[in-house]
Ligand binder design. Structure first.
Ligand SMILES: Cc1cc2nc3c(=O)[nH]c(=O)nc-3n(C[C@H](O)[C@H](O)[C@H](O)COP(=O)(O)OP(=O)(O)OC[C@H]3O[C@@H](n4cnc5c(N)ncnc54)[C@H](O)[C@@H]3O)c2cc1C
Ligand code: FES
Ligand code: FES
Length: 1329
């Protein structure tokens, strides 16, 4: 049956409005469609279902229940064609600042749950969908609803807290037991007990719950009646939608489906598109025909029979969860072992959005190696009902099926109709297991399913089945081992034998994707052990049917030692609790003065309603072109030729831009914008395609033929660079005292090494720029997502060879930067500008996540070596640290990062004899760049690791050694800058006291003695973080303040709004200075036309420096107004402004801040490179699962010295967000490079930034009492970066727990984690640190 010619009409609703499309291209997703109809609120941050930024609500009428079913879905994976008969609600449909902001939107904003706001629409939609289904959700449901949403800024705590305000079982801040819960107290003045003398004026409420609008579920929009009618009398004919390359057919019934499949056996069935979509993307693969069986009711049927459940292949995984829950609640427990194992596995499978979309059939048939469900289905004796025109047959879901590729074992034209899951039998036990890099939203490293049937009246194994996922190309079973174990008793001896047999049978190939062969082998055994214990527990509990019920029966089974209980279950995931305390403003401060108050982010509500405009939300301009980049696939090669001919012939392609098209300067000699003759890394930009659409441009990049001639040397790792003397700049060195002599006098000297991997910025908004050439004068407007608009302007002007004054860079807001948008946007802006000049048309360049991660570089990986001499008391006498960072292929920021690293290495410690050396290695990787903390988070880890090692050698708790060596009185740093460590010591003491470190450690020790399989660890780290650029010229800032005749004020300054709330803080400053309410003030954008020659918003100093400039401008204005105010003291602001205008007094003023002095003489090793320091301390407690390596963060206490915080809500947000980003760096974020130097981890599936489940279960943040200093703006301090390092407290707590585990087992405590030996097998991923 060939599909009919022409396309059918697609009917669906968006935000209550009917959409009827005739010419819909099956390749168009919902996410690409929405902006085209003006709905830009839904964001794209990964394009693969892994981040939740694109979450929308899909509703369909369910004829069975007569009600609509609402589910959250990732719009990026949803083909538009699949929406026939559906209603979509986007963030714009939930509420708007122009009409009514929905309570969900209001609460997330007012709880300070938005920073850059790029993730916020997705968060809102996940929460909104949750409330549509559960008006009073439980905390568990809340955690589940947000598990698929990533946020890189906030640290999640405030987002969860906003959601918690809707929950039925809210536990408030978690302090209610202590009698000072935020829920109990209306507002300020609550002070935690046990804090030493800091209680006065302490406030702990950041969110004004009392002011929240009530949530009334009855006010929500109704489901479109037209769609109800459509669902109740569905059309039975096939629907066809044709595009240029792909045709989509949705058969109206089973017969049509089978006919079509028979005629097109190669055409895939699309259900959720969560496997098909992401798999097609990297290879640009298209299936000319896609068959959607969504309208075939037989595929969604669920039937219960005497021996099991038969579940339609078309059921979504979320529906499967409901089906399982129902059966589990209704059936006797003996029958539900497999169902329970599936239900448990589903809870951790992806996020809710993906489960709502993905189908059981798609899951089973895509046979992904690390499937969570297939191993359980396989051991559970599941069978597949296959259908074709030729008839039906049953196929076991067994090892043969698992070992096959997607279509193996299927006859042409066959489809999966349903999966039959048999009920378990008496004395049968089934479990599923998984271990992933993150507790949520992560594919498992290894998954497993296990089933045992014990013979009646004995503990002998009658039947056994074991399956594993994630070990190789396919999931595997261990039939031979199982066979050999039949008849054996369920005892430890049998367990030992089982482990031996399984390890022998199940091979893990050395170069298998994912690597970590030893770890994965350990998991094989750990899961077996856990299964053994689980079965034993059930047997002894007598809960399992047929299990012993009398005392004498019970003794037939080995006793389950109490200590083993910890080995039974995975670590739990909970919604975090905690307290944020800060200093209340002086009661004398006028109520209208907002400085020091927790003012909501100015864009908070707009973030939450999707009305905040980001760079790519700007409407397409006339004749706009899209640009995509062609990047090198070789790490080091001569470019023999670049042949664009084939690309130029493709439809829509306007041009290919190469280095020859650059009218001015092509970057620098060693850092080209577009490669000329040579490429230095995989991912280096060679040329760019401009085309009518983004898709056309991307497709064309694959047709640009680049021929290379490989060159030597090729260097990837720091070790190789050291061996080959491959460096980017000379060594940086600081030294004091006599290190060698002190080593000789020390009681002991030890040496150690530390490797710190790189880190990807993973800002949610990828790099993007829009260049609009203006007709006539050769001017260009550039809209960029950048931390440094002046750098974009300068680079573009140099590239085009035009003066700066013809180029204007505008920045409205940036969806997260973290240092990654300081340098790169300039290069991308310049390349786009060349395209715009050459074609005379506007050019938009938006990197997708893969390209962004591939091209832009990130945090410098570090290799550090230390040698430390110390007394037995723990006092360090001499310390020599040598650090090497992996700078990548060009110098970029690497020399500066090396300098900062060396300057900051001493952290909080006064050590008389010190030597710090650092070098940046040149390698064939993308150039690494600025990243929050600028070297400090890597370097200080070496210092702290060294202190921890000293403590271990001295047999002292690490905190004692830290304290012993910490700065005590006013002193000078290694570079001779004087400072007072008073706030450092205060933070440290307060942190240890709040965390009750000694008590916590004692309790952890007691816990560890009881639990061989779970260990707790505790660690505290102090921090001295230097703020600012180490150069005076970088500390200047400017502002421009206009007052209009209606009294409204427009404030412009040089800082970019990155989510840190700089615009909010600037208006707080202007409000205080002008004594005008914030409601009368406004900022529009950051633009090089209004405030020129700005410096990057970075180094934690943006608000401080720009705030001083704003202050200066406002004071100038106020001075001008003074005579008028004096004359009419009773007048209003508007009166004075009117009078000033009448008297021809200028109502516009520039402000300037000349900057802090900062200099460093590297020859002498002396200087005052930093204007001031931020001090802090953090104490974390974790629990590790010794069987799987998983950890949970039990509690973190952070104390920070924020000076007089300009805005405690924003500052706490920076501290928490940075802390979690730091925890990510030190525990879960891992870059993987192929042996050829290509970045493999290019999206959220492979690169794990923290999720909401990574927030410590109790997170307390305290800002120290305000300390006064004349130096900074109102005595405030910049907190943008410092919190990052405090994440290392989690790392050291984990290492403390590991030490406890090793001690238990009599193993050496000072271990280093072995790296996979590249000599043993071709490595899957190479170490680069
Ligand atoms: C972000 C993300 C996170 C994930 N996390 C996890 C995880 O933690 N654990 C895990 O196990 N999985 C995970 N997955 C994988 C997910 O479970 C699968 O992608 C999903 O179940 C596939 O279902 P689908 O309906 O989307 O399949 P589709 O993409 O629609 O189809 C997949 C394949 O199955 C075939 N097919 C579908 N239905 C039939 C049928 N009835 N008969 C014959 N062939 C059929 C299609 O032809 C196609 O080749 C994740 C996926 C994503 C995108
Ligand atoms: S953009 Fe859709 S989930 Fe990330
Ligand atoms: S606020 Fe969540 S990513 Fe920025």
């Amino acid at each position: 049956m060939p599909p009919p010619p022409g396309s059918d009409e697609l009917v669906f609703f968006v935000n209550g409005r009917k959409v009827t499309e005739r010419d819909i291209d099956p390749e168009v997703t919902l996410l690409t469609f929405l902006p085209a109809v003006g709905l830009t609120g839904t964001k794209s941050a990964c394009g693969g279902g892994g981040c939740g930024a694109c979450t929308v609500m899909l509703s369909r009428h369910d004829p069975a229940s007569g009600k609509p079913r609402h589910v959250s879905i990732p719009a990026c994976l949803v083909p538009l064609c699949s929406l026939h008969g559906a209603a979509i609600t986007t963030v714009e449909g939930v509420g708007s600042i122009r009409t009514r902001v929905h309570p969900v939107q209001e609460r997330i904003a007012r709880s300070h749950g938005t920073q850059c706001g790029f993730c916020t629409p997705g968060m809102v939609m996940s929460l909104y969908t949750l409330l549509r289904n559960h008006p009073q959700p439980s905390e568990e449901q809340l955690a589940d609803a947000l598990a698929g949403n990533l946020c890189r800024c906030t640290g999640y705590r405030p987002i969860l807290e906003s959601g918690r305000t809707f929950c039925s079982d809210s536990h408030g801040c978690g302090q209610s037991g202590a009698g000072w819960c935020c829920l109990d107290r209306p507002g300020d003045d609550s002070s935690p007990p046990g804090s030493s003398g800091l209680q006065a004026h302490v406030c702990s409420e950041l969110l004004p719950k009392a002011e929240f609008q009530p949530w009334d579920p009855s006010q929500e929009p109704i489901f479109p009646p037209e769609l109800t009618r459509m669902a109740e009398s569905p059309e039975r004919r096939s629907l066809t939608f044709r595009g240029d390359r792909v045709t989509w057919v949705s058969p109206g019934g089973l017969r049509e489906l089978l006919e079509l499949k028979a005629q097109h056996p190669e055409a895939p069935l699309v259900l959720g598109n969560t496997a098909l979509g992401p798999a097609s993307k990297p290879h640009g693969r298209v299936h000319p025909l896609l068959i959607s069986p969504a309208r075939v009711p037989e595929l969604s049927a669920v039937t219960e029979s005497r021996d099991g459940l038969t579940i339609g292949a078309g059921c979504s995984l979320a529906q499967l969860q409901d089906v399982l829950a129902k059966s589990i609640s209704e059936l006797p427990e003996e029958k539900t072992q497999t169902l329970r194992a599936l239900a448990t596995a589903l809870r951790k499978l992806a996020g809710q959005q993906v489960r709502n979309l993905a189908s059981l059939g798609g899951h089973v048939m895509s046979r992904q190696s690390s499937s969570d469900l297939n191993p359980i289905l396989a051991v559970g004796r599941a069978a597949l009902h296959l259908l074709s025109e030729g008839g039906a047959r049953l196929m076991p879901l067994d090892e043969l099926f698992l070992a096959g590729t997607a279509s193996a074992g299927l006859r042409p034209g066959e489809i999966l109709e349903s999966v039959h899951v048999p009920y378990s039998r008496k004395r049968e036990f089934v479990s599923g297991f998984r271990q992933a890099q993150a507790p949520q939203n992560a594919m498992p490293h290894v998954s497993a399913g296990m089933r045992v049937l014990l013979a009646e009246g004995t503990n002998a194994i009658e039947d056994l089945s074991i399956a594993y996922g994630g070990l190789g190309a396919t999931a595997v079973m261990a039939p031979r081992s199982c066979q050999q174990l039949l008849g054996k008793p369920w005892t430890e001896e049998t367990l030992d034998e089982a482990c031996r047999l399984v390890l022998g049978e199940v091979a893990i190939p050395g170069p298998a994707p994912g690597g970590r062969v030893e770890f994965r082998r350990t998991l094989l055994v750990s899961f077996l052990f856990r299964f053994y214990l689980q079965v034993l527990r059930e047997l002894r509990r007598g809960r399992a049917p047929g299990a012993p019920s009398t005392l004498s029966d019970i003794w037939r089974y080995p006793r389950l030692p109490d200590q083993s209980l910890g080995a039974l279950e995975d670590l739990p995931v909970t919604v975090p609790q905690g307290m944020q305390t800060y200093q209340r403003v002086d009661p004398q401060q006028p109520s209208q003065d907002p400085v020091g108050r927790p003012v909501m982010h100015l864009s908070g509500l707009k973030h939450a309603t999707g009305e905040a405009v980001f760079c790519d939300d700007l409407p397409r301009v006339d004749r706009e072109l899209s640009m995509a980049l062609v990047t090198s696939t070789r790490p080091h090669a001569r470019i023999v030729s670049v042949d664009p001919a084939e690309a130029l012939r493709l439809p829509g392609v306007a041009d290919v831009i190469t280095a020859k098209d650059i009218p001015g300067t092509n970057g620098t000699e060693d850092d080209r914008l577009l490669a000329v003759d040579e490429v230095l890394c995989v991912g280096q930009v060679i040329c760019a395609v401009v085309a009518e659409t983004d898709e056309q441009a991307k497709r064309a990049t694959e047709r640009v033929r680049v021929t290379y001639e490989d060159l030597e040397p090729v260097v990837f790792s720091i070790q190789d660079a050291m061996r080959q003397n491959s460096f980017l700049c000379p060594e940086k060195k600081l030294e004091q005292g006599n290190v060698e002599e002190a080593f000789e006098k020390a009681d002991r000297v030890i040496e150690g090494e530390v490797h710190v991997g790189g880190q990807e910025h993973f800002y949610m908004e990828t790099q993007r720029v829009l260049v609009i050439p203006k007709a006539g004068d050769g001017e260009l407007d550039i809209y960029a997502s950048t931390q440094d608009p002046a750098h974009v302007q300068k680079t573009v002007s140099l590239t085009l060879n035009v003066p700066h004054n013809q180029v204007t860079c505008h920045v409205k807001r940036v969806g997260g930067g973290f240092g990654g948008k300081v340098g790169k946007p300039a290069a991308l802006g310049a390349i786009a500008a060349v395209g715009a000049i050459k074609t005379g048309r506007a050019v938009r360049l938006v990197l997708d996540r893969e390209d962004d991660m591939l091209i832009t570089g990130g945090r410098h990986p570090l290799f550090g070596k230390y040698k430390v001499g110390f007394k037995d008391s723990g006092r360090i006498k001499a310390l020599d640290i040598e650090c090497y960072i992996n700078g990548g292929c060009t110098l970029g920021d690497s020399e500066l990062v090396t300098e900062f690293l060396i300057l900051k290495l001493e952290n909080a410690y006064k050590i008389r004899n010190l030597r710090f050396r650092g070098r940046a290695c040149r390698t064939n990787l993308p150039s690494n760049t600025a990243f929050r903390g600028f070297g400090f988070p890597q370097g200080a880890l070496v210092t702290e690791a060294c202190i921890t090692a000293v403590a271990a050698k001295c047999g002292l708790p690490p905190e004692k050694v830290r304290e012993k060596n910490m700065y005590k009185t006013v002193d000078k740093t290694i570079y001779k800058q004087a400072f007072s460590p008073e706030p450092l010591r205060q933070c440290w003491a307060e942190c240890l006291e709040r965390a009750d470190l000694p008590g916590r450690r004692a309790r952890a020790d007691a816990f560890n003695q009881q639990n061989p399989w779970r260990k707790r660890g505790v660690a505290a780290v102090p921090m001295k973080f230097s703020v600012g650029f180490a150069a005076t010229s970088y500390h200047q800032a400017a502002a421009l303040v206009h007052v209009y005749t209606d009294g409204s004020v427009l404030v412009a300054h040089g800082g970019s709004e990155l989510g840190q709330g700089i615009h909010t803080k600037m208006l707080q400053v202007a409000s205080r200075e002008l004594r005008v309410p914030m409601s009368r003030l406004h900022t529009q954008e950051t633009s090089t036309a209004t405030v020129p020659n700005t410096v990057a918003t970075a180094a934690s100093i943006g608000a401080d420096a720009n705030g001083k400039a704003v202050q200066n401008a406002c004071q100038t204005l106020l001075k001008r107004l003074e005579p008028i105010i004096k004359k009419n003291a009773e007048g209003t602001w508007e009166d004075w402004i009117e009078a000033a205008f009448e008297q021809r007094i200028s109502l516009s003023a520039t402000g300037y801040f000349r900057g802090y002095k900062a200099f460093m003489d590297w020859e002498k090793g002396e200087g005052e490179p930093f204007p001031y320091y931020v001090f802090g301390a953090a104490c974390s407690e974790v629990e590790i699962d010794c069987l799987t390596g998983a950890h949970r963060k039990l509690r973190t206490d952070i104390v920070m010295d924020a000076g007089c915080s300009l805005n405690p809500a924003l500052d706490v947000g920076q501290v928490e967000g940075a802390f979690l980003q730091g925890a990510g760096l030190y525990t879960s974020e891992e870059l993987h490079y192929s042996p050829e130097g290509a970045l493999l981890s290019r999206g959220p599936a492979e690169y794990k930034i923290p999720t909401a489940a990574d927030v410590p279960e109790e997170l307390n943040v305290t800002l120290l009492p305000s300390s006064q200093t004349q130096l900074t703006l109102y005595s405030s301090k910049g907190l943008g970066e410092s919190g990052m390092f405090l994440g290392s407290s989690v790392f050291f707590a984990i290492s403390d727990a590991v030490t406890a585990a090793r001690r238990d087992r009599g193993l050496a405590e000072d271990c280093t984690i072995p790296r996979e030996d590249p000599g043993t097998a071709k490595p899957w991923s190479i170490p680069i640190a």
